[in-house]
Ligand binder design. Structure first.
Ligand code: AMP
Length: 331
């Protein structure tokens, strides 16, 4: 049995990228492994949310996690800030992480480019906090999307460095996990890159989106003027739409539009309409469950407090050992 950890920042609603990149695998793994799933609310502070937004987003993501199939009887589902042991491990990792390696991190460089007015130390140390999230439970498997590959590599670096420094074999080397398949990158609707909450308005389709919202987002999805030669290579924006069809549509639908594309008779309006309807069907069960969970405060409270207790028990064990290894011993 492996120990598994994964988390999602509550900076908005869960989208199809979160679902296909991380959640889908996680919900499958919870039956056979020792799983921890958390809401990464400390991480979300890098964007300076208001207290109301922060609290509201945590509640939404909790309901959305449950709606997406996380079973709190099987997995430990908790809120990161309920487990302050994580922060202690984060501090220890920060002492041994070098500024240069943190500055070279691709996601940090991207943030500098995207939000030059808010390049805070939390962004720089995102990889040490992520290492603490995973290694606080000494996890060996992490169901993540392709965008997290580099962070996971850094987690192994920090864990191994700790082991070497203190001459111990304490932290394992956690690996990304996608049931033997390549890690997934779900594209967004704006023509390039990945689906993400901070990738621009209308780029992401959320599990909680109403049908009309999904239709509108799809109608605005970026396309081009269409192929001019049979079997032409698809430009990125078009490939992205086909990738999304592969995730939510039937194979016949995909084959039909592939044929139409290859014969240069494709009408992107039709493809987008079909994709919207398939996304609406796909998200319908989540949407209904999210609504009923959001109105059940007592249940959300019970889940989060039981999750907190289980997560703290595991985290406290790790921290006690880490303190002892480092030399914080009682007299
Ligand atoms: P975030 O929303 O950035 O906190 O990411 C939470 C989890 O969702 C991580 O495991 C990511 O790898 C995964 N994820 C986010 N966006 C995508 C995407 N577009 N494709 C695949 N996985 C994703």
């Amino acid at each position: 049995m492996e120990t598994v950890v994964s988390g999602i920042r509550p900076t908005g609603h869960l989208h199809l990228g979160n679902y296909f990149g991380a959640l889908r695998n996680f919900t499958k793994m919870q039956h056979e492994h020792h799983c921890f799933f958390f809401i990464a609310d400390y991480h979300s502070l890098t964007t300076h949310p208001t207290p109301e937004d922060l609290h509201g987003n945590i509640k939404n993501v909790l309901a959305e996690y449950l709606a997406a199939g996380i079973d709190p009887e099987k997995a430990t589902l908790y809120i990161q800030s309920d487990v302050p042991e994580t922060i202690e491990l984060y501090l220890f990792f920060n002492m041994n992480a070098y500024i240069g390696e943190l500055e070279r991190c691709t996601s940090f460089k991207e943030k500098i480019r995207k939000q030059p007015a808010n390049v805070n130390a939390g962004l720089l140390t995102y990889p040490t906090l992520m290492a603490a999230d995973i290694l606080i439970h000494r996890a060996t498997k992490v169901p993540v999307g392709k965008d997290q590959e580099q962070h996971l590599e850094m987690t192994r670096t920090f864990g191994n460095r700790f082991n070497r420094m203190y001459g111990v074999d304490f932290f394992p080397e956690p690996q990304a996990f996608n049931f033997g398949e390549e890690l997934v990158k779900v594209p967004g609707l704006n023509g390039s890159g990945k689906m993400g909450k901070s990738e621009g308005e209308g780029n992401a389709v959320f599990l909680a989106d109403e049908p009309e919202v999904i239709r509108k987002k799809l109608m605005r999805a970026v396309t081009d003027s269409g192929p001019v030669e049979p079997h032409q290579v698809k430009p990125e924006a078009i490939e992205n739409l086909f990738d999304l069809l592969k995730l939510v549509s039937k194979k016949d639908t995909l084959d039909y539009f592939e044929d139409q594309y290859n014969q240069c008779s494709i009408r992107y309006g039709d493809l987008k309409k079909q994709l919207a309807e398939d996304m609406i069907l796909f998200t319908a069960p989540f949407r209904d469950r999210i609504k009923s969970l959001l109105s059940d405060d007592a249940y959300l409270k019970k889940v989060s407090s039981e999750g907190r207790d289980k997560a703290r028990e595991s985290a406290a064990k790790t921290i006690a050992e880490v303190r002892n290894i480092i030399g914080f011993k009682s007299f």
